[in-house]
Write a protein that binds this ligand. Structure first.
Ligand code: SF4
Length: 214
C-alpha cells in the first residue's frame, strides 16, 4: 500500500495508473496525486449506460486532461465498453440500493481491470478516483485494492480522495474547466433511482395557491 500524499522511499516518482470514472472525479484526484506521482488515466467503465453516456464521459476526461495538462504528461487510456461484464455482476442485483453488494462488485470489476492493465504495462502502482464520491465507500474500495495487490502483485495506492475536501475541490475544478457533471452514478439502476428521487422531490413541492389572484 502506497500513501497518496508522500513521495516513494528514495524520492523516485512512481508511475501510477489511475482508474477514473468521469472527468469531475478525476480532476481533483489528479491534482492531488501529481505532486508526487506520474499519473495516467484508465477509463474502464462498462457499467455506464447508455453507450452515448460512456462516450460523453470518456470524451470529457480527455478534454479535461488536454486543458489541465497541456504538456501532454498525462495519457488517457479508454478501455473497451465491455458491458456484458457489468451485466454479469448486476444480474439478480438490480434492486439492491447504491452502496450495496452490486456496487462492491462493480468497484471490483473496474479496479481489477485497472490492476491487470497496470501490471501488464509496467506501472508501479494502481488506484481509482472512485473514493472521491460521497456516495462511495472508501473502506470497501481500499479493501478491494489491497486484495488485488495481494492477488496480482501490483501495489495499490491508498484511495481516500474525498478526504482533504477532495469532493468540494472536484466541484470547483469542474466549474473552472466547464466539465460535464452527470447526476447519476452510471448504471441504468442508478439512473432510474435518481429519476425516482427527482419525481418524489417534485411531488413534495407545494402546488399553486388556489386563492392566489390569476
Ligand atoms: S450505482 Fe454506480 S457503483 Fe453501483 S453498480 Fe451502479 S454504476 Fe456501479
Amino acid at each position: 500500500m502506497i500513501d497518496p500524499d508522500k513521495p516513494a522511499v528514495g524520492g523516485a516518482r512512481l508511475k501510477v495508473l489511475l482508474h477514473i470514472c468521469c472527468a469531475p472525479c478525476s480532476s481533483a484526484t489528479l491534482e492531488r496525486l501529481q505532486e508526487h506521482f506520474d499519473v495516467d488515466f484508465y477509463f474502464y467503465n462498462p457499467n455506464i449506460e447508455p453507450y452515448a453516456e460512456f462516450e460523453k464521459r470518456a470524451g470529457e476526461a480527455e478534454r479535461f486532461v488536454r486543458a489541465f495538462r497541456p504538456d501532454g504528461g498525462v495519457r488517457v487510456i479508454v478501455a473497451d465498453y465491455d458491458h456484458e461484464a457489468f451485466e454479469a455482476i448486476a444480474r439478480g442485483r438490480k434492486d439492491i440500493p447504491e452502496k450495496g453488494e452490486r456496487c462492491w462488485l462493480c468497484y471490483a470489476l473496474r479496479m481489477r481491470q485497472a490492476a491487470l492493465y497496470a501490471k501488464a504495462h509496467g506501472y508501479d502502482a494502481f488506484t481509482t478516483s472512485l473514493s472521491i464520491s460521497p456516495h462511495k465507500s472508501s473502506a470497501k474500495i481500499n479493501e478491494i485494492g489491497m486484495a488485488l495487490e495481494a492477488e496480482l502483485g501490483i501495489p495499490f495506492l491508498w484511495s481516500d480522495f474525498k478526504k482533504k475536501d477532495g469532493y468540494h475541490r472536484s466541484i470547483q475544478l469542474s466549474k473552472l474547466y466547464g466539465l460535464y457533471r452527470q447526476d447519476w452514478c452510471g448504471c441504468i439502476y442508478s439512473r432510474r433511482e435518481r429519476e425516482r428521487q427527482k419525481r418524489a422531490r417534485a411531488a413534495a413541492l407545494p402546488g399553486p395557491d388556489p386563492k392566489a389572484a390569476p
